[in-house]
Design a binder for this molecule. Structure first.
Ligand code: LMR
Length: 328
């Protein structure tokens, strides 16, 4: 397996190589879709790989496949169930086929910042969500943070009316489809790996994402600008299959759990800073970032918040109220 120094070189160079696993080691393939630097998930996955390979040498070996090199998020959950990969961290928007409970995380203006998301996830309701798909063979291990979503488009967006008639790429979530329709725009579900090309060729005119994704996949290069709306969140569930997890020797499962917990705490505490850096990097690279005044922001809230009512049945009114408490 690669030694820590070699891993560090790979992180620094941003290149991708996979640990050579020794015979007898349990191989854990971790597939994800983002870049590895200036990205909360990319950094966390690389750190996890490094720690597992350093501290569990001889027992377990992790290989992280970033940038959709192995699977995109729409395929990775099936791949987990087939044991083709053993870990992934799709955004919570991508679990729709398995649970409707996560829809709460996609409701626009539900959480004012990542701290509110963190507090909700750490509540009893949030923690129970990790085991909500066990019957379907998937087990959530930890929530990983990315950050608040912003809108980018092929023209300046200051009020919702500016988005009218534009086509926006969304993740595979019906809540996000409803959100875009509420703006009078046209939603199109699409895999993350296809977004840059679709923006460049005009297949879609805009998209919503975090600063780290807009920077990491260079969306800002093929957009007029990005408006700081903070209208929603992108957060992740580190997920495995119950078959794989239950089949691990107890000591391996326990050590992995501890390492994953420590990586989660360390990297989640940095997610907002990583996104702020990505935002600065966008501006330094010449990307346009627009701010809303209070009146303009309220117009986006007024247009999008009615979406909540439509999904109240899926997420539970009591859960919405519980989530709202963490915004104060
Ligand atoms: C997206 O599809 O836009 C995001 O879920 C990608 C990611 O993993 O952050």
């Amino acid at each position: 397996m690669l030694v820590a120094a070699a891993t560090a070189v790979l992180i620094a160079s941003g290149s991708t190589a996979y640990a050579n696993c020794d015979p007898g080691e349990i191989v854990i393939k971790f597939s994800h879709v983002t870049n590895t630097d200036k990205h909360p998930k990319g950094i966390a996955a690389t750190l996890l790989e490094q720690r597992v390979n350093d501290e569990m040498n001889g027992k377990a070996c992790m290989q992280v496949y970033p940038n959709s090199t192995l699977y995109n998020d729409n395929k990775v959950l099936e791949a987990l169930l087939n044991n083709d990969v053993q870990m992934a961290a799709p955004s919570l928007s991508k679990f729709e086929k398995f649970t409707k409970k996560f829809r709460i995380f996609d409701l626009p203006f539900m959480f004012k910042d990542v701290n509110a998301v963190d507090a909700f996830q750490n509540s009893e309701t949030g923690q129970a969500m990790k085991t909500s798909m066990v019957k379907r063979g998937l087990l959530g291990l930890e929530f990983w943070h990315n950050g608040m979503k912003q809108f980018s488009a092929s023209k300046p967006l200051l009020v919702p009316g500016d988005a009218k008639g534009l086509k926006f790429r969304v993740q595979s979530s019906d809540v996000l489809v409803a959100e875009i329709e509420a703006m009078g725009a046209v939603p199109q579900k699409m895999a993350f790996s296809e977004v840059y090309g679709a923006l460049q060729t005009g297949v879609v005119n805009g998209q919503e994402n975090t600063w780290s994704n807009i920077y990491g996949k260079k969306f800002f290069e093929v957009q007029d600008g990005t408006t700081e709306t903070n209208h929603g969140i992108i957060d992740y569930l580190v997920v495995t299959s119950t078959d794989f997890w239950d089949g691990l020797p107890d000591d391996v499962r326990a050590q992995l759990t501890t390492i994953l917990r420590e990586v989660t705490e360390k990297r989640n505490a940095e997610s907002t800073a990583v996104n702020n850096d990505a935002k600065d990097a966008i501006m330094k690279a010449g990307g346009v970032v627009r701010q809303l005044n209070a009146e303009q922001r309220q117009m986006w809230v007024d247009v999008m918040k009615p979406v909540w009512t439509r999904f109240e049945g899926d997420v539970g009114k009591d859960n919405i109220m519980a989530a709202q408490k963490f915004n104060t």
